[in-house]
Design a protein around this ligand. Structure first.
Ligand SMILES: [Zn+2]
Length: 190
């Protein structure tokens, strides 16, 4: 079992980051939404149950704590040139991890389609999966296939260990790891 000091050591490297030059690109409604989203993700990722799980995973993978410099929960979404959103990013030599939100438009559609509870579970699960994924990049660098495979395994371990059985869990798993499943159900254009 990880010690309390170990759990605290990852948690304290987390911060919420707003790139203020981006503020002008968004309406007040968007800014309010993204701030709320970021603080929700931040609290989710810092929960002791998840931090404890991360310590266990890092130890199992021999990823040493000094390799992680900081984890930024970014307030605004990141759109790639191909139009697809990005869940996270890891710069392995700096040890800098970034976690990005989904767009407001996407969230509205998802919430409308699935309701609040499932939407919240999706946001939490996506952020957790993104952080697991980016931490694994610290060790496996550019081996994307390996990172993806392990992300699924570790995410499943965390989810199965939780005592509350939730009927949404398996559909959320598909939404995160088989994104085409969401596209088909909500016909969304991000
Ligand atoms: Zn990756």
């Amino acid at each position: 079992m990880p010690t309390l000091a170990e759990i605290y050591s990852v948690s304290k490297k987390m911060k919420i980051t707003v790139h203020t030059e981006k503020l002008g690109e968004f309406s007040q409604k968007h800014v309010g939404f993204y701030m709320k989203y970021a603080s929700f993700v931040f609290r989710t990722l810092r929960r002791p149950s998840f931090q404890k799980f991360l310590c266990w995973m890092l130890r199992k993978e021999n990823i040493e704590e000094p390799m992680i410099r900081d984890v930024h929960v970014r307030v605004f979404p990141f759109q790639r040139k191909n139009g697809n959103g990005l869940a996270g990013n890891c710069s392995t030599n700096e040890g800098k991890i970034q976690i990005f939100p989904k767009t407001l438009k996407f969230c509205q559609k998802l919430r409308q389609k699935f309701g609040k509870d499932k939407f919240i579970l999706y946001v939490r699960s996506r952020a957790r999966a993104a952080l697991i994924h980016e931490l694994l990049h610290l060790k496996y660098a550019n081996d994307e296939e390996k990172v993806r495979e392990l992300t699924k395994e570790y995410f499943a371990v965390f989810t199965q260990n939780r005592s509350t059985q939730n009927s949404h869990v398996s559909s959320i798993y598909n939404m995160i790891f088989k994104p085409e499943a969401i596209k088909n159900t909500i016909e969304y254009v991000d």
